[in-house]
Design a protein around this ligand. Structure first.
Ligand code: ADP
Ligand code: MG
Length: 260
């Protein structure tokens, strides 16, 4: 498989409100192949969301470059979709029109876009909710709709920033399974940010570990486990322990830095 994303010598510095420089990311080099399911983990503040926003072209690097599908990224591209933790649905639109929004922007006829979207709603367990409004849906259902909306544009790349972070454990497990099934049926490149090691080992073909600020890549693991994954599997436990060890080290380092 070819590289779909290539990041070279990337650095991102923000200027805080107090006019101080904040080095969020440093020395990031990363190549992601087509159809990989990459999970990005790291302590809070390690620059995971920043890296995802950079890959999506929502913000620009301070140094270095990002190439997506062989071209230097300058702005968001239509081949990539994004799902955030907050349900980013428009409260005044019903579910079908929320999910069909991207197709509407592309001036696809109502008949055609409803056809496409009804299929996707079915696939994501939202059958029968076409006419419901976001406030009538549970958190899990709203997040299903947000994922369905990103997928309706048939993106080659799906960027997801802690999409299940606000859901209860039971709903989260169900959503993880559904996401894996979708990806197995219809392989895309997924870059999935989470602070949960367990979620990352359950989902990813590969896990990238970020250090505390400034965020650098301190681990790159291939997860050699078949799908659907079983959390009680011995090898699952081994990956989990190894990654937890690495993450714990990072969190402790930061706590020390902060108290000094
Ligand atoms: P994570 O998603 O891993 O928790 P973020 O990418 O949100 O981390 O943030 C990384 C660092 O960059 C944090 O210290 C954060 O405060 C800082 N940061 C992020 N966005 C901005 C911004 N727009 N302005 C200033 N600082 C920012
Ligand atoms: Mg974040």
């Amino acid at each position: 498989m070819e590289n779909i994303i290539e990041i070279k010598q990337l650095k991102k510095t923000f200027i805080s409100e107090k006019k101080q420089k904040v080095d969020a990311l440093n020395n990031i080099n990363l190549e992601i192949k087509e159809q990989e399911f990459v999970c990005l983990i790291g302590p809070s503040g390690s620059g995971k969301s920043t890296l995802l926003r950079l890959m999506a072209g929502l913000i620009n690097p301070s140094e270095g470059r990002i190439d997506v599908m062989g071209k230097e990224l300058k702005e968001p591209i239509k081949e990539a979709g994004m799902v955030f933790q907050e349900y980013s649905l428009m409260p005044w639109r019903n579910i079908i029109d929320n999910v069909a929004f991207g197709l509407e922007l592309r001036r696809i006829s109502k008949k055609k876009r409803y056809e496409v979207v009804e299929n996707i709603l079915k696939r994501f367990g939202l059958e029968g909710f076409n006419d419901s409004f976001p406030y009538e849906l549970s958190g899990g259902m709203k997040q299903r709709a947000a994922i369905a909306r990103a997928i309706a544009n048939s993106p080659k790349i799906l960027y997801m920033d802690e999409p299940f972070g606000a859901l209860d454990a039971h709903t989260r497990f169900k959503m993880q399974k559904d996401l894996i099934n979708f990806w197995l049926e219809d392989k895309r490149t997924i870059v999935f940010v989470t602070h949960s090691v367990e979620e990352a080992v359950f989902l990813g073909t590969r896990i990238i570990v970020m250090s505390s600020r400034p965020g650098e890549i301190i681990g790159d693991f291939k997860i050699d486990l078949p799908y659907p994954r079983n959390r009680w599997n011995e090898k699952f436990g081994k990956y989990f322990k190894e990654l937890m060890g690495l993450m714990d080290g990072e969190v402790n380092k930061r706590t020390k830095k902060d108290t000094n």
